[in-house]
Design a binder for this molecule. Sequence first.
Ligand SMILES: Cc1cc2nc3c(=O)[nH]c(=O)nc-3n(C[C@H](O)[C@H](O)[C@H](O)COP(=O)(O)O)c2cc1C
Length: 181
Amino acid sequence: MPDIKIMALVGSLRAASVNRQIAQLAADVAPDSVAVTVFDGLGELPFYNEDIDNEADVPAGVTALRAAAAEADAALVVTPEYNGTIPAVIKNAIDWLSRPFGNSALKGKPLAVIGGSQGRYGGVWAHDETRKSFGIAGPRVVEAIKLSVPLKSLDGKHPSEHAELTANVRDVVGKLAAEVS
Ligand SMILES: Cc1cc2nc3c(=O)[nH]c(=O)nc-3n(C[C@H](O)[C@H](O)[C@H](O)COP(=O)(O)O)c2cc1C
């Protein structure tokens, strides 16, 4: 049984998402003591709405997200950049995870943001803004963990075929796990 559980949130819903592949790579290269699990339900979440954020009306998908977050010791966001900022799927997850106000299921837990995008800076705007927003929502954002991958550099190959990227992802998982007290 792993000592440390990391929930991964992926900012792209498409089946062939390279960011999803990077999240899976994080799971594959994690040491035996660390389990990285991709939360699969972000596409099922409705837009955040305070009117349904109560015990009687909260959607099952939100309960599942909050339960996975409560179960996790840390979180890893793996996201592309959309139009210069955070994809809506991640922003929506941040909003759901930011409530109950002051008592997020991720409250105080370490969270790191990485990912890749087609642009030459690898989506760094989205990564910076995801750190900023999650930093307000409850988790403890680990600013020092950074990895923004220009996807063109992968030449269409799977992330796992790139030794340097694989090493960098392994490093990210190790550093995030080390933040768990
Ligand atoms: C709606 C949309 C907006 C995008 N905006 C950006 C952008 O601002 N910067 C960038 O580098 N790439 C942008 N891209 C390209 C993505 O980086 C590229 O599609 C990437 O492969 C998405 O990650 P995925 O493979 O995990 O789906 C955009 C793509 C889409 C679909």
